[in-house]
Design a protein around this ligand. Structure first.
Ligand code: GLV
Ligand code: MN
Ligand code: MN
Length: 421
């Protein structure tokens, strides 16, 4: 499948891997914080990321554009103008105090693979996409970038505010984009041949198996909610303990229940990751606590049963403590199977390169969950040290990145558009 000799290809992939890791370090410098990496949706550092990523895309032979929700797209033309497109991508936003590779390495790998084509034209175009938003940090709404590209962006989100009171629509305008053009972000499903997302595993499976790469079979479903307990504020030194309507212990009870519930089930993950206390003053009884819940399981029925039982328990806490319980927002994403035929092409590419191709399930969410709705989708997982992610200690090796670049390039050289007729 290679047109260059295997040793030359390996050597070049290794050079591209060194370059890719240096690029991840460069992008980690574009942060909202001076003490770690935080880069949420359409904040200033994303402009600097677009400048660097755009330069690297152009150097690899791509035309570059930014769409109306801030996705950056590098287009590498096909041999023929009417050909379909293979998309390779992942996200460029991060969680708070993030590692350097979650999302980012997939975009950089896509650019490296295109660069390794060295101008060779394929029977399809290749679009490398850096999705603008996947983590859901700034607007408590994940997948803004990929839902726009898949044509299923929820317009109701435009009115949602961030912690500074800026709406999503305003954030888009602040970045110099036009929210009225969001519908133009969508790709016609027929124009797409395949979507491949390379991503760090974010779990311990590949490291335990001593394998650099794996092929995702399915992504676990997830429910994310923002819920509230609303009680009554009062003086910490005078309101009798028995008559209080304190929102914080109610929230703490729920957080403990969520943890207990998560520990009971196999493959169930249940997390309260965020707590906002009002008025958050040491001598005032909290009258309002807002908390996030994140519930995941590969089986949708198990997940929805868990969510129902957790919400029932939240209501019973509220009743017993005479506080109000309210759900502000809820998003449910079903588990998503990857496309078998495309995953087989990816596995064949891995085997052709003498690379491991074991299947594994992803507990983390990915843009691939959204893209799978409109295009055959596959995911390549890359071992990460200790399975650590969403943490500054995220780490990958240059050897593993070189393996992933060889796999992605060979995948591109292998995949065939369907024959017409
Ligand atoms: C994304 O990283 C998620 O799974 O929350
Ligand atoms: Mn993440
Ligand atoms: Mn990610």
């Amino acid at each position: 499948m290679q047109t260059t000799a295997p040793t030359t290809f390996r050597k070049e992939a290794r050079q591209r891997a060194e370059e890719a890791l240096a690029r991840c370090v460069t992008l980690a410098g574009h942060s909202e914080s001076t003490t770690g990496l935080t880069r949420t949706y359409l904040t200033k550092p994303m402009k600097a990321v677009h400048r660097d990523v755009g330069d690297w895309m152009r150097e690899a032979g791509m035309d570059v554009r930014i769409d109306a929700v801030g996705n950056i797209i590098g287009h590498y033309p096909a041999a023929r103008p009417d050909a379909q497109t293979v998309m390779i991508g992942s996200h460029l936003d991060t969680v708070h105090n993030a590692g350097m590779y979650d999302g980012i390495v997939g975009v950089i790998l896509g650019i490296a693979a295109v660069k390794l084509l060295k101008g060779m034209r394929l029977p399809f175009a290749v679009d490398v996409v850096g999705f603008s938003e996947e983590e859901g940090v700034r607007f408590s709404a994940p997948f803004i970038g990929s839902t726009a590209i898949a044509g299923i962006f929820d317009d109701a989100l435009l009115a949602r505010t961030d912690s500074q009171g800026r709406t999503l629509a305003q954030a888009i305008e602040d970045f110099g984009l036009n929210a009225k053009d969001i519908s133009k972000c969508a790709y016609a499903p027929k124009s797409l041949l395949a979507y491949l997302e390379p991503h760090i595993e974010q779990g311990p499976v590949l490291e335990a198996a001593n394998e650099s790469l794996g092929v995702v079979s399915a992504i676990a479903g997830q429910t994310r909610m923002i819920v509230n307990f609303i009680g009554e504020a009062g003086h910490a030194g005078t309101v009798p303990m028995r008559s209080r309507r304190d929102a914080l212990p109610a929230a703490c009870e729920l957080a403990l229940y969520v943890e207990r519930y998560g520990r009971c089930g196999t493959d169930l993950f249940a997390t309260v990751g965020q707590l906002n206390v009002e008025p958050n003053v040491s001598n005032v009884i909290p009258n309002h606590v807002r908390l996030s819940m994140d519930i995941r399981h590969p089986d949708d029925e198990t997940r929805t049963t868990a969510v129902t039982q957790i919400l029932m328990h939240a209501n019973s806490i509220a009743e017993r403590r005479r506080v109000e319980f309210r759900i502000d927002s809820r998003s449910d994403r079903s588990a998503v199977a990857m496309d078998d035929a495309l995953s087989d092409v990816l596995k064949a590419a891995l085997r052709a390169e003498d690379l491991p191709a074991s299947p594994l399930v992803s507990g983390a969410g990915h843009d691939a969950m959204i893209m799978a709705r409109i295009v055959p989708t596959a995911m390549l997982f890359l071992r990460c040290k200790g399975g650590i992610s969403h943490h500054p200690d995220e780490s990958v090796t240059v050897d593993d990145v070189a393996d992933a670049i060889r796999a992605t390039t060979t995948f591109l050289k292998t995949i065939q558009p369907p024959t017409k007729g």
